[in-house]
Design a protein around this ligand. Structure first.
Ligand SMILES: [Zn+2]
Ligand SMILES: [Zn+2]
Length: 377
């Protein structure tokens, strides 16, 4: 198949400025990125084609050769596909190319990462869950957590070698920490398997850590949980994860909150809801009822004439926002208990009450059926 013109591949005119070419390449790379087009052979081909076109057009010397002699000119120069191109032209596209083919940008193009020290990695992140009560979530709490993590070896300081001994350069990669090989038209740099990317061979490994540079330690940490956290919220404790390689930062520790269900309160964001019941006379006459809150107790005023199932709102007795001053409310659903097991005297009093209210409890009540008719007609 004939190779397409590089300008055509990127959809730019021959006189396009370097900025236009860069912009066009970014768009192409995003559009055809294999992550966005899973399983599409065509997208992958377009993605590679665009990268190849950009590798040439972003390099002023190669662009000049290409403009004069076309694909032939570059072939004559020994330029084929990706071998021999300048990887630095892709450095601005790390965000797009970052995880392409599962290689990190640095090791994929043999660029950036090595400058941070060959093969050295930051420590891994750790994650755990912590269970707290609703009261603790409301007030905030300090919890002790226990974990086992990799920590820098105290004997060798992470250098992996016996104190006082030296290291030699890895013969497999010549101390570069990477070996290169051809994959299709990509030159891929891979971490050296012999030295695992460090470029060094440790002659006498540290005895304390068996040459690993870190040791596993049981640790107890205090975690300050702010007031107002909700179930599922994740706190990040920077640098409390696994130790990194020598000179690299430790990973982070992620702590996920699990807030236990409360026997009395339901939570909805910062608001709380609960249910209480009052007697029929309390509902009719109004009453003051002591109810529990997350902080203690509160007097709830039941207004006279309250209907069963009505909700009374208690302002500011919910939870506060994390880091905020705003507090949610407590919604109390009040159920009215109908009196049971009445004595003869009590029945007589209630009958008297009905009589005074002009109700005829002996007759068939037709008010319900009338209401229904009004609704459905
Ligand atoms: Zn050690
Ligand atoms: Zn090596």
């Amino acid at each position: 198949m004939a190779k397409r013109d590089y300008y055509e591949v990127l959809g730019v005119p021959r006189a396009a400025s370097p900025e236009d070419i860069k912009k066009a390449y970014r768009q192409m790379a995003l559009k055809h990125h294999p992550d966005r087009n899973p399983g599409s052979r065509e997208a992958e081909d377009r993605f590679k084609e665009a990268a190849e076109a950009y590798a040439v057009l972003a390099d002023p010397d190669k662009r000049a050769v290409y403009d004069r002699f076309g694909h032939e000119g570059l072939r004559g120069e020994g330029f084929q596909g990706f071998s021999g191109f300048d990887a630095s032209v892709f450095e601005d596209f790390e965000d797009i190319l970052g995880n392409f083919f599962g290689f990190s940008f640095g090791s994929f193009f043999g660029g950036r990462e090595r400058r941070r020290g060959p093969g050295r990695q930051r420590g891994g992140d750790l994650a755990l869950e912590i269970e707290i009560s609703l009261e603790e979530a409301a007030a905030g709490v300090e919890k002790d957590i226990k974990l086992t993590r990799a920590e820098t070896c105290p004997a060798c300081g992470g250098s992996k070698r016996k104190p006082g001994t030296s290291v030699s350069s890895c013969p497999n990669c010549g101390g570069r920490g990477q070996v290169r090989y051809q994959q299709g038209f990509f030159t891929v740099a891979r971490t050296c398997p012999r030295c695992r990317g460090t470029g060094e061979i440790v002659e006498s490994p540290c005895e304390t850590c068996q040459g690993k540079g870190h040791v596993r330690e049981k640790r107890s940490l205090k975690v300050r949980i702010p007031a107002g956290v909700s179930d599922g919220l994740r706190l990040r404790l920077i640098g409390e994860g696994e130790a990194g390689d020598e000179g690299m930062p430790a990973g982070d520790l992620y702590v996920t909150m699990r807030v236990r269900r409360h026997p009395f309160f339901e939570r909805d964001g910062n608001n709380l809801a609960c249910e209480i019941s009052v007697s029929f006379t309390q509902a009719a006459l109004g009453a003051r009822v002591e109810i529990p809150t997350l902080e203690g107790s509160e007097i709830l005023k039941v207004p006279p004439g309250l209907q069963s199932g009505e909700v009374v709102r208690v302002k500011g007795k919910g939870l506060q926002d994390v880091g905020g001053r705003r507090k949610g409310d407590l919604f109390v659903r009040v159920q009215v208990k109908t009196p049971e097991g009445l004595t003869k005297e009590q029945k007589a009093l209630l009958a008297k009450l009905a009589e005074l209210r002009g109700e005829d409890v002996e007759a068939v009540d037709k008010t319900v059926i009338h209401r229904m008719k009004n609704i459905f007609q």
